[in-house]
Ligand binder design. Structure first.
Ligand code: UD1
Length: 324
């Protein structure tokens, strides 16, 4: 298949591109490089440097005999989405409407979309399955929920077929070290720990240690990007074989606390992670855990790279490479 990966120069996108190439698909990348990196591009793929708000550019890209689209081009900083909802509405929602319209206008039917566990909000039960009520706590999460609704309508009205993948906590780097571009301004736990080890920031602040969990710190479901990437390949193949639209959680169904992550990082890197306890971060639920049963059944997918050691060592390798 010829796949157009929109946002293919980003952190998750570049891993998806690599997995698609490995599965012998032809790939073109569409990215405005606002957060994606030129160094994440593969020389053999066509690269279109353009914005998803540019309808003509999208249409031209799709007219190159594209069989399916993977859309990962979105702003994803939760805090920023609450400060600048206009920017998130424009980029995430209007940008996706442009993609859906360009697909409808060119007859490209199959779409794999990057959604997020942020659509669920505070869990009413764990593990969270896809039937869990949706109540996003951030505007970012709302944009993902809203886009899923558009996709459902375009399915009904325009013959779109989609797989929406709700990622839990995406972590890790390509273990082969081919994709190793670091995210600009990372906001998540693992990159922050790496920066604390390397002295790029004074300390990790652990947000809250009085949660009702085994050690008082929050528990999350950390899934390796290589496992996320393989789910995209399988989702595209599923749609290609005539599968119907799906919304699927992607997680490992195992949880680790922040302190467990710190301890494992110290063990794997052999370095001290300087940290201090700080106040709870607003909107952080104590425990988030996926049920990924549906993805396992429908896509015949299994996470095989998400052992903590792999997650941490691959991240550490990417950070060490970048500080050479
Ligand atoms: C966040 C988003 C989520 C998004 C996901 C992937 C929130 C509330 N949720 O998940 O919507 O889909 O990223 O981008 O922002 N932590 C610290 N200190 C830090 C950073 C994090 O203690 O400096 C803790 C957090 O409290 C949390 C865990 O580490 O318990 C993971 O945090 P993070 O990597 O930011 O991801 P989430 O907040 O779980």
């Amino acid at each position: 298949m010829h796949i157009l990966v929109i946002g293919g120069a980003g952190y998750i996108g570049s891993h998806v591109v690599k997995a698609l190439m490995k599965a012998n698909h032809k790939v073109s990348v569409f990215d405005n490089l606002s957060s994606g990196l030129e160094s994440n591009l593969f020389a053999q793929n066509k690269f279109i440097k353009a914005d998803i708000l540019d309808y003509a550019a999208l249409k031209n890209a799709l007219l190159e005999k594209v069989d399916a689209v993977v859309h990962l081009a979105a702003k994803k900083a939760v805090g920023e989405s609450m400060q600048k909802p206009e920017m998130y509405a424009l980029n995430n929602i209007s940008g996706t409407i442009n993609i859906l319209n360009a697909m409808a206008g060119t007859g490209v039917k199959n779409l794999v979309f990057s959604s997020s566990a942020a659509v669920y909000g505070n869990p009413q039960y764990v593990p969270i399955d896809e039937k869990h009520p949706l109540n996003p706590l951030s505007f970012y999460g709302f944009t993902k929920q809203d886009i899923e609704n558009y996709m459902r309508w375009y399915e009904q009205l325009k013959g779109l077929r989609f797989v929406s993948l709700r990622y839990f906590n995406a972590v890790g780097y390509d273990e082969e070290g081919i994709v190793h571009g670091l995210e600009k301004n990372p906001q998540n736990l693992l990159p922050i720990m790496m920066e604390a080890i390397l002295g790029k920031r004074p300390k990790l602040q652990i947000f809250g240690h009085d949660y009702d969990t085994k050690d008082g710190t929050c528990i999350r479901d950390y899934i390796h990007v290589t496992d996320l990437a393989s789910a995209h390949v399988k989702a595209l193949e599923f749609l290609h074989q005539g599968g119907d639209s799906q919304i699927l959680n992607l997680g490992t169904e195992k949880g680790f606390s922040v302190l467990e992550m710190v301890q494992a990082t110290q063990k794997v890197t052999g370095r001290n992670v300087p940290y201090e306890f700080a106040a709870r971060r607003p909107g952080d639920p104590a425990i988030i855990l996926a049920s990924a049963k549906k993805a396992r059944q429908i896509l015949n997918w299994e996470p095989t790279h998400s052992q903590l050691e792999n997650i941490i060592s691959s991240t550490w390798n990417a950070y060490q490479k970048s500080s050479l």
